[in-house]
Structure formats: C-alpha cells, structure tokens
Design a protein around this ligand. Structure first.
Ligand SMILES: Cc1ncc(COP(=O)(O)O)c(C=O)c1O
Length: 385
C-alpha cells in the first residue's frame, strides 16, 4: 500500500459531525456517510497551494477543473458530456431539492424505491411535493434486491412527475444492471417523468461491475435526466460541499437553474480545487481505497455469518462503504439504542423507509481496527446463546 489507511488522525474533539455525536462517550460512530481516512495527499497538496495564494474571492470553475471532471467521465464510463450541461452545486442534496422544485408543482408526486437515503423522501416534502415510495423486493431465489415493477407501475398517478434513482443504491449497496436501467428509462419515458439519477457512489463499486450512467441509455432518456455526481464520497471531501448536476437538455437545465435563483449558495473555492485534483490525480489512491473497502466488506460478511446470530446481510454488497443489516430476528424495539448502549453508533433503518427494528446501516469507511472493534462490540450486544 502506498497510502495510509491504517493510522488516520484521531477525529475526536474535531469539527467532525460523525464523531461529535458521541463526544465524551465510548461509542464508535459508524453512522453518517463519511470515511475516517485522510483524503488523497494530492488533494491536500492542491488545497495547500490554493490556500497559499491567499485570496478567496467568489469563484467560478476554471477550465482545468471542468476538464478534469469531463475527462474522468469519458475515461471511466465512456460518457462524453458537453461542459455546458454542468450546474455546480454546494451539495448533492441541494440537487435533490432543486429537482423537486424545478419539475413538479405543489401536490405533485415524486417516486422512489425504498429503503433509500432519507433526503430522497424529504426533498419533495420540503417544497410541498408528495413523496411516493415503492419498496424494493428481496428475491428469495437470487438473494438480490429487485424492483417490484408491478408495484412501480401501480404507484404512478396523473400527478407523478419525477422518479429519483440511486445508483449505486444507498443503503442496499446494489449496482443497477443495464437491463434494469433500460427498463427504468422506458418507464420514465412512458409516463413522461423526469429521471433524477443520483450517482454519488458510482466510483465506489467493489465488485467487477460497470457503472452505467443513466443518461447514456439513449437520447430519449438523456433528455429527461438530471444526473447528480460529486467527488465527496469517494475522495472523502463532503465537508467541501462541491457537487455537480449534469443536465443535457437546455430547457430542463434552465428550469433547474431558475429554481436555484437566490437560494443556492456559491460553491466553495476550495471545493473546486479538491474536485479538480480528485478526478485527475487520485486514481491510484481510489484503487487502494477500493481494496481496503473490499477487505472491510468481506470481514463484515464473514463476521456476521459466523459471530452475529440474528443479524443477516440479505444481499451482496456490491458498492459503497455502507452495510445494510437485517436485525429483525433480534426483536429489539430500538436496535440503535441497544447497540449504542454497547458502544456502537449505527444508522436507524427507520430513516430509510423501513419499519423501525428491522434494519440498521453500518458505515465501514474506517480502519480495519475500528471495524473489528465495532463488530466485537455488536457481538457482545447480542443476547447470550
Ligand atoms: C445517495 C446519496 N446522495 C447524496 C448524499 C449527500 O450528498 P451531499 O452531502 O453532497 O449533499 C449522500 C450521502 O450519504 C448519499 O448517500
């Protein structure tokens, strides 16, 4: 290993939201989705250089920043985009909220598949739109989360305007396949829906699976698509608040920009710097990160199956650093409180749209040592056999 994924700095007592939650308590924070690793050294060097310049005025991305992102999309996914399609955002959740405001009226409906990252459900509600959720179905034969196509069709009403996709899907760690994406694209075309495709985790695929940008599925789909991407998850720079909406259709993009007028903050200058370096200089670091995350993923699979009776990983974990654990057999009324009492801070499945007590989410973007300790603590939290 060239990079250090073993001895990161201690985040206790810092501005870390993740670690502040349990300040002063012996609870390992395995919840909010940032990693405990240092960002790539190239990003830090670029930021240091930018800071040394000493002037931090209002910024616009320079050509090298745009080129870095555009080139990465072409090299990694074969997606050739026109820089004019980009709208820079101070966060990806901002993009989810703007999408709801730009393409739906008050009372209109926004569809998504659950369990899902909570802002997919709250963003529409923030502006008086209605969130409609279609539960994914765990196929007992394939052990994969599948789209319930009949339920998805049945959920459409004359007021449905937007479908929000998460690919790869947080929290089930699933990479959607080409045939599924094609079918989703057809579904959106048939019902005349805007397709918002959150691809923030697309550079964190752990298995040998391709990421297929939704907008690559053809003209008709691309024309109705808002793709949301960011360097934040992969390169651990979410605190720098830099995300990107890619909107090929001019009229769609104009509506999106109009919805942002007066309420959207400028993108932070340091975020532009980090973004440029991330997509251009940090591929070797990303490859090592993926190795570390694969190791952590495999440790979880092994440990859960051998040492945590009553806890199950229901489906393959193909992407992200987030593990979705079924704990329903434990019959804890409040699994989060229970595991916290034993020193592990997890995310509550209830926030992702499933009944409380059935699932928890564990963030394994941490050192092997922290993960091992968290799993040992979870083991001690289980009822005696
Ligand atoms: C699917 C997904 N979208 C968006 C975000 C957050 O994006 P941001 O912090 O840029 O608003 C997350 C964070 O976990 C996420 O998992």
């Amino acid at each position: 290993m060239t990079y250090d994924f073993v001895n990161p700095p201690d985040r206790r007592g810092t501005d870390s939201q993740k670690w502040q939650k349990y300040a002063g308590k012996d609870i390992l924070p395995m919840w909010v989705a940032d990693m405990d690793f240092k960002s790539p050294p190239a990003i830090t060097a670029a930021l240091q250089e930018r800071v040394a310049h000493g002037i931090y005025g209002y910024a616009r991305p320079v050509k090298s920043t745009v080129d870095s992102f555009v080139n990465a999309l072409e090299q990694r996914y074969g997606w050739r985009i026109d820089p004019a399609w980009l709208v820079w955002l101070p966060g990806l959740v901002v993009g989810l909220n703007l999408t709801a405001q730009a393409y739906a009226e008050s009372g209109d409906e926004v569809l998504t598949l659950t369990p899902i990252y909570p802002p997919f459900m709250s963003a529409p509600k923030n502006s008086g739109r209605v969130s409609r959720q279609v539960p994914l179905r765990l196929d007992p034969a394939t052990h994969r989360w599948e789209i319930d196509w009949a339920a998805l069709e049945a959920a459409v009403t004359p007021r449905t305007k937007i479908f929000i996709l998460c690919n790869p899907h947080n929290p089930i760690a699933r990479v959607w396949r080409r045939d599924e994406l094609v079918r989703l694209g057809e579904f959106c075309v048939r019902h005349n829906l805007v397709l918002c495709s959150d691809e923030i985790h697309c550079d964190l695929i752990l298995d040998e699976l391709p990421h297929i940008p939704t907008a690559l599925l053809g003209e008709e789909v691309a024309r109705r698509t808002v793709t949301l991407m960011a360097p934040s998850k992969t390169y651990n720079v979410p605190g720098l608040g830099t995300s990107i909406a890619i909107i090929p259709d001019d009229a769609m993009r104009a509506r999106f920009v109009r919805a942002s007028a007066g309420v959207m903050a400028e993108v932070n200058i340091l975020g532009f710097t980090a973004c440029e370096s991330a997509y251009r200089d940090c591929e070797p670091w990303r490859q090592e990160l993926l190795q570390v995350l694969r190791g952590n993923r495999d440790l979880i699979l092994d440990f859960v199956s051998r040492e945590l009776p009553g806890v199950t990983v229901e489906a393959p974990m193909e992407a992200t650093y987030l593990a979705w654990l079924n704990v329903s057999a434990l019959k804890f009324a409040d699994p989060i409180a229970h595991f916290e009492a034993h020193g592990v801070g997890l995310s509550d499945g209830a926030f992702f749209g499933v009944p409380r007590g059935t699932h928890v989410r564990l963030n394994f973007g941490c050192t092997r040592a922290t993960l091992t300790e968290a799993l040992q603590r979870m083991k001690r939290a289980l009822p005696a056999r």
